[in-house]
Design a protein around this ligand. Sequence first.
Ligand code: GLA
Length: 403
Amino acid sequence: MAKPMANGPKSATSIAFDVLAAAALFLIVPHARALDDGLARTPPMGWNSWGHFRCDINEQIVRETADAMATNGMREAGYEFVIVDDCWQIARDADGNILPDPEKFPSGMSALADHVHARGLKFGLYSCAGYTTCQGRPGSRGHQFQDARQYARWGVDYLKYDWCDDGGQNPRAAYTTMRDALRATGRPVLFHICEWGKSEPWRWGRVVGHLWRTAPDVLDAWEVPSPEQGLGIVQILDRQVGLEKAAGPGQWNDPDMLMAGNAALTIGQYRAQFSLWCILAAPLIAGCDVRRIDADTLALLTNREAIAVDQDPLGKQGRKVRDDGDSEIWARELHGGARAVALFNRGASDAPIAFRWEEIGLPAGVPAKIRDLWRHEDLGDFTGKFEASVPPRAALMLRVAQD
Ligand code: GLA
């Protein structure tokens, strides 16, 4: 039964007013501005200790990582932030100041930040909105402004802010408090909301932080049977469908770190993750031991043509344009009108995958040049459609341009 109207039938003027108000809301809300601070105009790039080292992190590893990134081509390819995740902190002093673990970080965070900055890189730290972090270390609840001032003194450029031990806080309010605390320091700090997509931060994150996790932790796995510890790459990918509208310069969906350089998957699987993450305009945060990276992984992480897709200045996140079960097509509009396309085969055998120009938003009758962004090869001119055979559990990544 229809709900009875409280105040009798509405007048034509009142209906017109409601329609106008709804139209105004529609126009305003989806375009609410990102933090207007000039940070993260393209998705952040860097390295995070958690992907490979978990809690077993120390200043020596972080220093050597910064040294490696500054000399192995990663910094030149765009990797900028060196982010120390959970387990750097151990307690608070009598005045409530957060203290780094003196055994693991004997020189302190300021010296570590200096080392990273001297390599032309930026320094990131991790904290949590709860009283304790996900590893039971001190979180920042009740100390947000004090911690933010400390981070600024140390020279922190990026804060990843987690959601363990949340104590029933309202996520938007808790993250806004930390945003304001960082802002009050006057230091530009990129703010990473990490509440795993639980309260749909793609709806509110743009005015609070620069990027927000959209899903549970990524694991070094393709698919996991039980999701307690996190999800495999394709399971994370499935959680990204429909979120594309929330992304843009200064405001990014974060499907979590790149697993390339770890042990469980093939280079083709890691390339598939990288390709899709670039179409998704995802932050590119390496999660391996970059001090001991092999040549194939380094070539993967520094593929300039793929990175150019991720960092495209239009800042428009791509989306899944077709799903045929194991075969998927993901496409992204680039600055200047070209498209980046990933032909993704999730299955266990070779698959022919084809797409038509209209599916990726290009006019059907106009020929297009296609370039393979992994082989760094022009494949030629094609009209109307393109088809290729894609190996199992792999992706082709193409640039399709009509001139
Ligand atoms: C959570 C986050 C991870 C990592 C760990 C550290 O699980 O989602 O990315 O920061 O905490 O404890």
